[in-house]
Design a protein around this ligand. Sequence first.
Ligand code: ZN
Ligand code: ZN
Length: 245
Amino acid sequence: MQTKFDTAYLISASDLLSYKKVPKWDFHIHTNHTDGKASVLQVFEKAIEAELEVIIFTEHTEPWRSKSPHWFQSYVDEIVNLREKYRNKIKVFIGLEANAVSFDGQVELTDQMVERAEFVLGAAHRYPGLDTRKIAELSKNEAIDLEYKTLMGLAASTNIHAIAHIGATCSKYCTPFPTQLTREIVKEATKNNIAVEINPVYHKPLIHFLEMCAEENAMTTPGSNAHGFGDIGLIVRELESILKS
Ligand SMILES: [Zn+2]
Ligand SMILES: [Zn+2]
């Protein structure tokens, strides 16, 4: 995709491991425009209080998740106004977390979103073609296969900058997603210059995931998957604690 995101804000997994210095960045934050608790303003305040240096708002794009059909314009306006106001305190990007809608890397974004978003996280929240079927009702093999195909599509997508929480949907709703397949997705994403999210909620133990990303020379984005107040900057605290020990 046309890049409005400075790739200097991607960090290689091996640098993260070897420098033992964690960037104060959080690239996965939701607000009360969808299922988060904090307003855009409250996220700014919390992030500044936590001494974060760079954050990306990554609101969900599925229309059913938002409270107003016009939410996106307000979201952009709020971020643009506040990042100007706080420009000496924190660097902020307008991002989105977009669900995969095909097995070849298409994601759910309106034209306006493509135009305004500076960073797009691709995610497999549902699998293409499921219709009304629930992921919990799939067989283990089917869920693994669909998660894999969806994420391999994202790993070759020209519409996203990074892949969110690899394996999360399958692991949360059906069965643990196999490590070997996670590695194949990381490999494919790296080949295509797509970063891989380091997510403290779903990648446990986090150090194993980070080591695998380093073995595959992956570029990463640290993302807390924050939906509340206390979890803004969680990824920084988690990485600091594992890299210290
Ligand atoms: Zn997600
Ligand atoms: Zn999310």
